[in-house]
Write a protein that binds this ligand. Sequence first.
Ligand code: ADP
Ligand code: TYD
Length: 212
Amino acid sequence: MKKKGLFITFEGPDGSGKTTQMKILSDYLKNLGFDVVTTIEPGGTKIGRKIREILLDKENHDISPGAETLLFLASRAELVSEVIAPALKEGKIVLCDRFFDSTVVYQGIARGLGEKEILKMNLWATGGVVPDITFLLSVKVSKGKKRMYAADKKTDRIELEKDSFKEKIYRGYLDIAKKNKGRIVVIDGEGSIGNISEEIKNRVRAYLEKKR
Ligand code: ADP
Ligand code: TYD
């Protein structure tokens, strides 16, 4: 596919500030006159929302890791073909709350299904669509928990996982960031909302200027 737009994803553990930062960046880019599409994973399409319900339902605590992975991939394949690829083709900026790095880290590393295998399956599911920039909001497990508690956020099936699982996620993200230095930008997610958003805006501005 010929890609004209810009594809930016936000990654990090639950409560790391992805939703907050995506909204700030979206408003900023829209103010500059860019055509911006925002979306989330899992979800983002009619079918994706149905899959999301299955995935986050606490009653499905016994879902097999394989089925869990394939459902995330099914939701992603739908999102790419329905929303992301068409928008990029039209030259829009697409901002996505989580993408395939989440599956590589949560299912591949933390659930132990294999980083390389999961990445390969993802590239198949997305037809090779890879983000141009990925912001990894790095927040320690204890800090993320405090934030979720303070925000009184409803916990879903995956957020109920043990701290050892969350530690694997924290370390897994930093590990894949090291292997993808050209794409994944690690941001200290424990800084202030304003400082983080300035850093993100600067990075995106620099990228757009280079591209021009
Ligand atoms: P995520 O989408 O990664 O789960 P959210 O953006 O929903 O995270 O943020 C989770 C909670 O933490 C919200 O109450 C939000 O207001 C708060 N929050 C987000 N970023 C920061 C930050 N840098 N410092 C302090 N609190 C933050
Ligand atoms: P969500 O509410 O979207 O995350 P957040 O609270 O960070 O905004 O919940 C999605 C949950 O699913 C989250 O715990 C991460 C997990 N997840 C995976 O395990 N694999 C994946 O591929 C994706 C996209 C999410």
